[in-house]
Design a binder for this molecule. Structure first.
Ligand code: F6P
Length: 284
């Protein structure tokens, strides 16, 4: 039997050029909102529909869940894998023509699930070039995706660099809790700010230069902004597989199971020393 996880990765990679080309002319908002109440761009819906069709076309995939739609979509066959995606993470960057990405996780079993049920995860980054990072069996691989959807591996075993350099934290500063603000004032004297407003692009800076990215729980929104299943689990799986750590402020995001598909979570990923200090600061 062919490798079903590889089939999912291939499907996302071969869809990436279509998503990228489809961005042009899909920069306006749809009438509706996604299940989290965020306005959807035409490009969000386009990427979601492309991925739904191509991932459910894989025999081994029985369910498709996305940040852009309410329920899990089931296939007719007898596959056992579920794929959760954020089809266009950071799509509010489309208007200003900045980076964004596609994020996915492959789960062995029904959703919602624990991050420990992830078999593989990955993202496509639509930057000046299109790259793909995939984590599987504890190994992270970075490839460049060409215009025809083919991939060239550029980093065989991607790990966080030894020295942390950059940080990026989301949320308006007056909305940060005192404990988090105190932590940030330590971090900003040690690392350099890099924040672009698309999680995948910001985390890729951490994977490349080392450091920490986070979107904390806020005063008026303690649950934070990012979704555990669609953003938290896959990005935590990638960063932990690359030798880093993840946290919801208390424990690894991979140890968390959402009660609902679209549940939000505070999210932190990066060098273990910075994640450990963050957890200590928030527990004070
Ligand atoms: O929807 C998620 C997202 O676009 C992330 O990719 C990003 O980290 C965050 O929202 C940006 O939020 P804000 O605009 O509040 O900085």
């Amino acid at each position: 039997m062919s490798d079903p996880i590889a089939a999912v990765v291939d499907a996302v990679a071969s869809t990436a050029p279509d998503v990228r080309e489809g961005l042009v002319g899909r920069r306006t908002y749809e009438a509706g909102a996604n299940p989290s109440g965020e306005r959807q761009l035409e490009a969000d819906v386009y990427a979601d529909e492309l991925l739904e069709a191509r991932l459910l076309d894989i025999d081994a995939v029985t369910g498709y869940a996305s940040e852009e739609r309410e329920p899990v979509v089931r296939a007719d066959g007898e596959g056992q894998y579920f794929v959760a995606t954020d089809p266009l993470d950071g799509s509010s960057n489309l208007r200003s023509n900045n980076a964004m990405g596609t994020l996915f996780g492959v789960y062995d079993g029904t959703l919602p699930a624990s991050g420990d049920d992830l078999l593989a995860s990955g993202f496509v980054l639509y930057g000046p070039i299109t790259t793909m990072v995939v984590a599987r069996d504890g190994v992270v691989t970075e490839s460049v995706i060409d215009g025809d959807g083919s991939r060239r591996v550029v980093t065989e075993n991607l790990t966080l660099p030894d020295e942390p350099t950059v940080y990026g934290f989301g949320g308006r500063v007056p909305q940060w809790t005192d404990a988090f603000a105190d932590y940030v004032s330590e971090v900003e004297s040690e690392l350099k700010l890099r924040y672009g407003g698309a999680m995948i692009a910001d985390v890729n800076q951490v994977l490349t230069y080392g450091g920490i990215f986070g979107y904390p729980g806020l005063r008026e929104r303690p649950e934070g902004k990012l979704r555990l299943l669609f953003e938290g689990h896959p990005i935590a799986h990638i960063v932990e597989s690359a030798g880093g750590a993840s946290s919801n402020g208390e424990r690894s995001l991979l140890a968390c199971t959402p009660e609902e598909l679209h549940e939000r979570t505070p999210l932190f990923v990066g060098h273990e020393t910075y994640v450990d200090r963050l957890e200590a600061a928030l527990s004070r």
